[in-house]
Write a protein that binds this ligand. Structure first.
Ligand SMILES: Cc1cc2nc3c(=O)[nH]c(=O)nc-3n(C[C@H](O)[C@H](O)[C@H](O)COP(=O)(O)OP(=O)(O)OC[C@H]3O[C@@H](n4cnc5c(N)ncnc54)[C@H](O)[C@@H]3O)c2cc1C
Length: 397
């Protein structure tokens, strides 16, 4: 059996943005890397409609630049935005961020997952890595010096380090026996691409209305990608509306800020669940991205945290002849650096959701007062903006 094993330093399972970025970074560092995904190879077609979109922060864009794909991603309908308006439907609480006022080049970038994944896969192949689309695995053998991955077609891959980047319901995480804490929000994120009567002004718009949170994210073609977090029963109603009913409900949910919704794409609903894996490492297997954690999309941080995992893992994995890429001390350092940070973000998002979701008068009052303080003080605004951009407010840039 051993004779038929194909040996790699690193095998990455899951070619979403987190897995593909990990594979590319490790290949560029000189490791022999293979990336596999059960999906078809991601191909970007600029004539095709806009697909799933994420907002990325400055730290994520920096990682993409270091991986040599930032320009390719931005050329594929990526878009920088310079303003951010956040307000509460039930109090006077409102925040406006402006990149120029804060001395920042941009507040964020909207990019399509397909643009990210296709650029990263292409980069990986150019760096000498191997890609295997439309491929799954059926069994694992844990050996002292490697993990053998038995693929559906009968091939066997030997990995000194196995990266599980197979998403929120990671089968590798389950197979490794890593427990996960789940916090179902009983909410659905309704996602669509819409055109609005008034221009988006290169601004990300977000309105809190009790439990409902609605975000309009500006796209390069003048339209917006929307994420509307709704209680499950409400999302079923919204998903089953016709386009006219949906457009009217969406206009009203944003308080008419961008006028009528002129056109809408079909809608998709994502169940929202917070997750945190108990450990990010088990022997030679390591988790990154959604396989390790998921959070509420209210601040658009899920993939940004995934990219922070990627950066930490690239820094931790040893490089050079004769080194073991799964060195236990290196992998423990990775877990330590990322698990706490992800937990803090998970808890902050839950706190924010509670703060804005509560209609109790003292909470509504505190909300207006607290947000008002941030709005009035440039230094506080800069602090929050830098945190959201993935930068250390004490050492920006
Ligand atoms: C509504 C919504 C809006 C969001 N908005 C933002 C945002 O604005 N900004 C942001 O930073 N984040 C956002 N997120 C979070 C972000 O989408 C995720 O964090 C990110 O996509 C996770 O990337 P990943 O590569 O870890 O996982 P995934 O993208 O889920 O990729 C996992 C890959 O693994 C493959 N796979 C799974 N199982 C197997 C298997 N057995 N064999 C082979 N391959 C397998 C899958 O095919 C897939 O390609 C949002 C999330 C939601 C739900």
């Amino acid at each position: 059996m051993s004779g038929s094993v194909e040996h790699f330093d690193i095998v990455v399972v899951g070619g979403g943005a987190a897995g593909a970025a990990t594979a590319l970074g490790l290949a560029r560092a000189g490791h022999r890397v293979l990336l596999l995904d059960r999906r078809r190879r991601p191909v970007f077609d600029e004539k095709a409609p806009v697909t799933r979109v994420a907002t990325l922060n400055a730290a994520s864009m920096e990682l993409l630049a270091e991986l040599g794909v930032r320009d390719a991603v931005l050329a594929r309908r990526g878009h920088a935005f310079h303003g951010m308006d956040v307000w509460d439907a039930h109090s006077s609480a409102a925040l406006h961020f402006d990149a120029d006022d804060l001395g920042l080049p941009a507040l964020g970038w909207t990019v399509e997952h397909l643009a990210l994944e296709s650029s990263l896969w292409e980069g990986l192949e150019a760096a000498g890595g191997t890609v295997l689309p439309e491929t799954g695995w059926r069994a694992l053998d844990w050996r002292a010096d490697r993990i053998d991955l038995h693929l559906d077609g009968g091939r066997v891959l030997g990995a000194r380090l196995l990266v599980a980047a197979d998403g929120a319901e990671s089968a590798l995480r389950a197979r490794a026996g890593i427990a996960v804490r789940r916090n179902p929000y009983h909410m659905t994120g309704v996602v669509a691409t819409v055109a609005t009567r008034f221009p988006h002004q290169d601004t990300a718009w977000q309105r809190f209305n009790g439990e409902e949170i609605l975000a309009f994210l500006p796209l390069a073609d003048g339209r917006c990608s929307i994420v509307w977090s709704l209680p499950e029963f409400e999302s079923e109603r919204v998903l089953s509306m016709d386009d006219t009913g949906f457009s009217e409900a969406l206009r009203d949910a944003l308080g008419g800020r961008l006028g009528d919704i002129v056109s809408t794409s079909p809608r998709v609903g994502w169940p929202l669940v917070g997750r945190q894996a108990r450990d990010y490492v088990s022997g030679r297997l390591v988790l990154v991205g959604d396989a390790a954690h998921t959070i509420h999309p209210l601040a658009g941080q899920g993939l940004n945290l995934g990219f922070a995992d990627v950066r930490a893992l690239l820094e931790a994995v040893p490089v050079g002849a004769g080194v073991d890429p799964a060195d236990p001390r290196a992998l423990q350092a990775y877990t330590r650096s990322r698990r706490l940070d992800n937990e803090l973000m998970l808890r902050s998002m839950e706190g924010l959701r509670w703060l804005f979701g509560s209609s109790l008068p003292p909470v509504a009052w505190a909300r207006a007062l607290g947000v008002g303080q941030v709005e009035r003080h440039r230094i506080l605004k800069r602090f929050f903006a830098l945190r959201a951009l993935g930068q250390d407010p004490a050492h920006p840039g």
